[in-house]
Design a protein around this ligand. Structure first.
Ligand SMILES: O=C(O)CCC(=O)C(=O)O
Ligand SMILES: [Fe+2]
Length: 344
């Protein structure tokens, strides 16, 4: 059984009249309320831009480790930029992230799965705004992947534009003024993450000796996710907790999912759903000698956050006498610190 995440034509929002925009916005927030995810087609990021992002990402990850490590994620620091990779010695609890304090996602505290310590099976490269002084970017030397820095910097802002449209849709969908979220949003605090899951022996994933990404919920307000056609992405069933259902890749689409911050802000009107990357469908595995090996996989996540001083206080349309506010107000900065401390 595969997931029933609704597929929505986003051009009906970007190009629609007021009534049309409201109707699309309502269908998007209905999908978030029921599934925590929506799949968008005809979104504003052109397929050639997305293809170029995957090409650049692949050029980077195809480099030898010694070259990629010239743009290292600074060790033992709060900066989450640059390259992180799996090492044979490195294990993480539930292996949810390469860098647990990255402020974008984390192990699923509510997961029904037993805690496990297994090797990470992914490598990541994190990029932020060039103007974010607290999180300076870490770039590879320009000759390693020509055009990488220029392209990725532009891509970050292309996705920022898309995220603004999504914030408008979210606001309309939950009966707020269309620009409600924009006063809390500079797009300087987002994180663009390139992910590469190297080829791996299928048995390692099947027997739980490795995971690609273990079950987790994102910390962000929401995440825009582009994936290649490999497969393996799964979300927790909204109706059968603990059961994960595959999400089939669809060409030229992206997924958008609500993170814990927006779930909290909306009093759980919008749902943050646990998801993971596991073994792709068996047909897509291939034989390598006598060992079945899953193909390598690439994806790109864009984690959207409001400005650090934003007070995440129950949105005015998300509570009433019967549904009182469940969570105390907290700033985005405090929220991130508390999420990061749960990773330790
Ligand atoms: O690689 C994917 O498709 C999903 C990655 C993910 O969920 C994350 O990085 O938070
Ligand atoms: Fe995630």
């Amino acid at each position: 059984m595969s997931s029933k995440i609704p597929v929505i034509d986003f051009s009906l929002f970007t190009d629609g009249d007021a009534a049309g925009r409201r109707a699309v916005a309502k269908s998007i927030t209905a999908a978030f309320a029921a599934h925590g995810f929506v799949r968008l087609i005809n979104h504003p990021v052109s397929s050639s831009t997305v293809s170029q992002a995957f090409r650049q990402s692949k050029l980077f990850f195809d480099l030898p480790i010694s070259s990629k490590s010239r743009a290292p994620n600074p060790p033992d620091s709060k900066v989450n930029r640059g390259f992180s990779y799996p090492s044979p010695e490195k294990v993480s609890n539930l292996a949810a992230t390469a860098n647990g304090s990255n402020g974008v996602n984390g192990a699923d505290e509510s997961s029904k799965e037993p805690a496990q310590r297994v090797p990470d099976a992914k490598e990541t490269y994190d990029i932020g705004s060039e103007h974010n002084a607290e999180q300076p970017n870490v770039w590879p030397p320009p000759n390693l992947v020509p055009g990488f820095r220029g392209f990725m910097t532009g891509f970050y802002w292309t996705l920022a534009g898309f995220s603004r449209e999504l914030l408008r849709a979210l606001a309309l969908g939950i009966n707020l003024e269309e620009d409600h979220f924009l006063e809390f949003y500079s797009a300087q605090d987002n994180q663009l993450r390139l992910l590469h899951y190297p080829e791996i022996e299928a048995a390692k994933l099947e027997e739980g000796r490795a995971v690609r990404v273990a079950a987790h919920r994102d910390w962000s307000a929401f995440t825009i996710l582009f994936q290649d056609d490999c497969g393996g992405f799964e979300i927790e069933s909204p109706t059968e907790p603990g059961k994960f259902v595959p999400v089939e890749p669809i060409e030229d689409s992206c997924l958008v999912n609500i993170g814990d911050l927006m779930a909290r802000w909306s009093n759980d009107t919008l749902m943050s759903t646990s998801h993971r990357v596991g073994i792709p469908p068996l047909l897509q595995n291939r034989c390598a000698g006598d060992k079945r090996t899953t193909q390598s996989r690439h994806s790109i996540g864009y984690f959207v956050s409001p400005m650090p001083d934003t007070v995440i206080k129950c949105l005015p349309t998300c509570y009433d006498a019967e549904h009182p506010a469940k969570y105390a107000p907290v700033t985005q900065r405090e929220y991130n610190v508390s999420k990061a401390s749960m990773q330790c």
